[in-house]
Design a protein around this ligand. Structure first.
Ligand SMILES: *Cc1c(COP(=O)(O)O)cnc(C)c1O
Length: 360
């Protein structure tokens, strides 16, 4: 068996140990005679899987009891409208910090029914940074302030929780949730699609302060209403059972790695290796301002874009997969989520040197 060095942005690499456990339990889940994906979401077996996953996630992120954890579908994209519907009256002002492609999509959805105020934007410098906090112009009393903690495409990441005073802070953490410890109580709501750093596609996690639930207008479709999901423990309709199960295995794996402090250290080391190699060369360059660089998604370009094809071909021959940059940015992007090992990053760093020696 050959496992690739997988630098995919999402759906992305999963820990091999997790896949092996899923494989071992696939046909006969703990003596039930069936796969977990073949049984009722109301079965005792699945309820245990679901509850254990939630409690492990609560442990990992130290989620306070006054926050609900919802296991939803529809992707982070659905939350671009789900969050405003639940947290802001129609037409109310929502502040956005615009840091790239995913912020832009969130803004576009909010514009459909709310008054979007751009508190800050790095569009003028092609989203190469998080706008400096002292330049932000927050509204006096917005329904909430929205940030994307890690721009998956541009590779820009908030290094610390932004200070928004007593305003409500909402974060799209799709691509850096569980990559480092955070203080959940700094946020009113956190949401994340699963397929980057949690598990397979099909699940969206929403962590929301309970007092914010129940504000959606009466004509809200039930699948968009957090109150409906909270009341039914995210089983108002059939949840994505197998993805939920796999996410639970990833949470256990994270605990075995030593939790988020340990994972953050490993992520820091991987990012240092890769950015260090890019910095040290005159052939590669990273477009993002140094202090705002993502530890999860590392975009970089070659001195000559004509060489991109040859670079990618050589990479694939060495088992270094999915390095092509997003079409909107070009160049390369290495996504180095929790499940991507230091060994994979080392293999990429070695290839960077090899390719530069030949073509630089
Ligand atoms: C991938 C991604 C999304 C979209 O997630 P879907 O699950 O495809 O809807 C939103 N925000 C960020 C930051 C992402 O990385």
């Amino acid at each position: 068996m050959m496992r690739a060095h997988n630098f995919a942005a999402g759906p992305a690499a999963l820990p091999t140990a997790v896949l092996e456990q899923a494989q071992a339990e696939m046909l006969d889940y703990r003596g039930s005679g069936m796969s977990i994906m073949e049984m009722s979401h109301r079965s005792a077996e699945f309820i245990e899987v679901a509850e254990t996953a939630e409690s492990d996630l609560r442990d990992l992120l130290a989620i306070p009891d006054d926050y609900a954890v919802l296991f939803l579908q529809g992707g982070a994209t659905q939350q671009f409208s789900g969050v405003p519907i639940n947290l802001a009256e129609r037409g109310a002002t929502i502040d956005f910090v615009h840091t790239g492609a995913w912020s832009k999509k969130a803004i576009a959805e909010a514009k459909k029914g709310w008054n979007v105020h751009l508190a800050a934007s790095s569009e003028a410098s092609n989203f190469d940074r998080v706008p400096d906090r002292e330049t932000w112009q927050l509204s006096e009393n917005p329904a909430f302030v929205h940030v994307c903690s890690n721009e998956t495409i541009g590779g820009v990441q908030f290094q610390t929780t932004p200070d928004v005073g007593d305003r409500l802070l909402v974060a799209d953490m799709s691509s850096d949730i569980l990559s480092r410890p955070i203080d959940v109580s700094d946020y009113g709501l956190i949401y994340a699609g699963a397929q980057k750093n949690i598990g397979p596609a099909g699940l969206t996690i929403v962590i929301v302060r309970r007092d914010l639930i129940g504000r959606a207008p009466a004509d809200t479709p039930s699948m968009l209403d957090y109150a409906v999901h909270e009341k039914a423990s995210s089983m108002s309709n059939t949840p994505p059972t197998y993805t939920w199960y796999l996410a639970g295995l990833v949470f256990k794996w994270l605990k075995q790695q030593g939790g988020l402090a340990a994972i953050a250290k490993a992520n820091e080391a991987k990012a240092q290796s890769l950015y260090g190699a890019v910095e040290a060369s005159n052939f590669y360059s990273a477009p993002v301002r140094k202090q705002d660089r993502s530890r999860m998604n590392v975009p970089f370009t070659l001195a000559d874009a004509e060489l991109d094809k040859a670079f990618l071909k050589g990479a694939e021959e060495r088992g270094l997969m999915n390095l092509k940059g997003h079409r909107s940015v070009g160049g390369m992007r290495a996504s180095i989520y929790n499940a991507v090992s230091q060994a994979s990053v080392d293999a990429l760093v070695a290839y960077l040197a090899e390719f530069e020696a030949k073509h630089g």
